[in-house]
Design a protein. Sequence first.
Length: 229
Amino acid sequence: MTYAPAAPAPAVRDQGLPEPVASRLRRPGWRDPRLVTGLVVVALSVALGSWVVSAASRTVPVFVADGALTPGEPLTAEVLRTADVRLGAGTGRYLPADEPLPDGLVVLRVVDDGELVPLTALGADADVRSVAVPVASGLSDRIRAGAVVDLWFVPDVPVTHEAGADRPEPATLATDVVVEQVDAQDGAIVVDGTVTLHVLVPGDALPTVLAALSDAGTVAVVPVAGGVR
């Protein structure tokens, strides 16, 4: 038996499939949304940074106390001076010097010499009265305009006071009273001498203080810890 050689396999013809094409990166054009968005973000960042730096370095004129301001004192141009300061977001907290000074304002609390005048320290009225208190003994140098003190009344010991009998006790007249002015003669602030303190007494304590000044005894001035408001 003889075998015929196997016929060669038919060639596979092209089935018409497209040849794969290698993808290529294309440079983005000006109309690409991603490019436009990136440019906008960069521009906004630069503008915001410039605004922050400019706002931080900008100075504004504000009023500064030219000497200690005390409660009840009318606010006038004579007790103020101006200063250019950098306040940033805190500009609205202080009295601006580039606007007319409002009429009818008084000081509600102590503003120390050289301090920026805060709007919260100003108002239309302050229920305090200035009272002159004579002090016969020397005072600490802590007692000055703007200092906060307590007023005590020390009654005199009666001439007929018997030995062993209870002495009259000192009594508090008013607490947290602000010193408006110190009138001293011959350096009486630190040594014995005649000193007159002008203190701002609240209206509700005024009768008690005035009665003590006319009574037999002395008024003692005691500085409050913390010194000045």
